[in-house]
Design a binder for this molecule. Structure first.
Ligand code: MG
Length: 455
């Protein structure tokens, strides 16, 4: 099609459109996004929602104006999490959705996640069509504007559906749970759900604030010191931390230790596969061996994808998987909705704790242990392709997978992955092994190869 002939600048990255608000992301672009979407989905109502960033209301008006001008009806859901908006798009028979958010990025950023009628982010092919329309300023003409209705704060059906996924409600009243929503919009969902179920909730950073005064919006260990302290001081059973738009969850066990997304994913996987032997699990190629080990042990079928939540969601649908997950705290539970959902992840970890009647640290201790390292190697945008190509030649005969970058597996001992970052001028080097020594050996061999390739 035409997009192959004309070089259209890419707007969409690994996860929607993102950039600095007022610079790359302004009201003109918002109007373009609304107009392109209205042109691509000419019928029906589009749901729009936003996170708590200061620039989000302005961008939401731009998207709404574009859609209304193309004749689409708009339902404004106001402040909402990304997974709640996605769930609503699917379950209200809407034709599409737009979430105004930059997820976990710093406060000055913003962006758009565009949702298809099935409640999942649009596939890459539709992203390219939208880019072409925006690039050419070419919109569908409409002589009659659409109608706009405002329905803010209505997440009841979403909360109900999540509550129905809780397996045993007796006993939840004895749990004390610290929930750090990091001044993000998950304050509207996770604490509300847990209180409804009867848990004793300690809310941390629960005032929605686009400046993120409480902590950095990304739920990484270095940003979760205060949650960890609160869990210990209050003798809570666990802590839950979300990112800015509520699609990720990282857990703190009762000892105050921040657990990696890989390990909580493996715990959820272990629980599900006990009751669903042979089920399919989808995960990107950079996920820890703990997930493949559990799949092997419990006779699950692991399906690997490229990195990116859209890849995981779309693959879950294509292969009919039960669960998907990412190392960053993304959990996709297909029976609920096959998108990354931080509040659903919280439900699944609670189910594991309640079913086993054991503390979270003990449940995670039972999982096999591995050593992993992730490094960033600076590499100019235009040099990325050449560097990967050079590595391919160098590693000829040893490469096991080129789904996303280059992966070399070392017969159960460990693996290495080198891939070009989709968002930053660097290559990412991942390595994992059974022991620390083996990990160091792998790094000693591969780090110089990568450094040489980017030269
Ligand atoms: Mg997010």
């Amino acid at each position: 099609m035409a997009s192959n002939l004309v070089k259209v600048p890419r707007l969409f990255g690994t996860n929607g459109i993102r950039g600095v608000a007022g610079k790359e992301i302004d009201s003109d672009l918002a109007f373009g996004v609304g107009s392109a979407l209205g042109t691509l989905f000419p019928k029906g109502r589009v749901l729009i929602g936003r996170d708590g960033r200061l620039s989000s209301p302005m961008l939401l008006e731009g998207v709404a104006a574009g859609l209304l001008a193309r004749g689409n009806d708009v339902e404004d859901r106001g402040l909402i999490t990304t997974p709640a908006l996605e769930f609503m798009v699917k379950n209200t028979g809407s034709s599409a959705g737009v979430m105004i958010t930059a997820s976990h990025n710093p406060p000055e950023y913003n962006g758009f996640k565009v949702v298809d009628s099935d409640g999942i982010e649009i596939p890459r092919s539709k992203e390219e069509k939208m880019e072409l329309l925006i690039h050419r300023d070419r919109w569908r003409a409409s002589c009659q504007p659409g109608r706009r209705v405002i329905r803010e704060g209505r997440v009841g059906p979403y909360i109900e559906k999540l509550a129905s996924q809780v397996l045993a409600r007796d006993g939840i009243g004895n749990l004390k749970i610290a929930v750090d929503t990091g001044n993000g919009v998950a304050a509207l969902t996770t604490p509300r759900l847990l209180r409804k179920l009867g848990a004793n909730v300690i809310a941390v950073n629960d005032a929605i604030d686009g400046e993120f005064p409480g902590r950095n919006s990304e739920p990484r260990p270095e940003n979760l010191g205060s949650l960890s302290k609160i869990v210990k001081e209050e003798k809570a059973d666990l802590g839950i931390a979300h990112d800015g738009d509520g699609d990720r969850a990282i857990f703190v066990d009762e000892t105050g230790a921040v657990q990696s997304g890989d390990r909580t994913l493996a715990l959820i996987e272990d629980e599900l596969l006990r009751n669903h032997p042979g089920a399919k699990i989808v995960t990107p190629i950079n996920t820890s061996m703990v997930v493949s080990e559990i799949a092997r042990k419990r006779k699950g079928k692991l399906v690997l994808t490229k990195v990116g939540s859209i890849e995981v969601s779309r693959t879950i649908l294509r292969v009919g998987a039960l669960l998907g997950g990412e190392e960053n705290g993304g959990v996709f539970y297909a029976p609920h909705h096959p998108v990354r959902d931080g509040t659903m992840a919280a439900v699944m970890v609670l189910n594991a704790v309640m079913r086993n009647r054991r503390p979270l640290s003990k449940l995670l201790d039972r999982l096999p242990k591995f050593h992993m390292i992730k490094e960033k190697i600076p590499c100019k945008e235009r040099a990325k392709e050449r560097a990967i190509k050079a590595l391919k030649t160098k590693l000829k005969g040893r490469i096991s997978n080129t789904l996303d970058g280059i992966r070399v597996d070392m017969k159960g001992r460990g693996w290495v992955l080198v891939r070009a970052s989709g968002t930053e001028p660097l290559l990412r080097l991942y390595a994992e092994a059974k022991t620390e020594n083996e990990l160091l050996e792998i790094l000693d061999e591969f780090r110089p190869l990568v450094l040489n390739a980017v030269k």
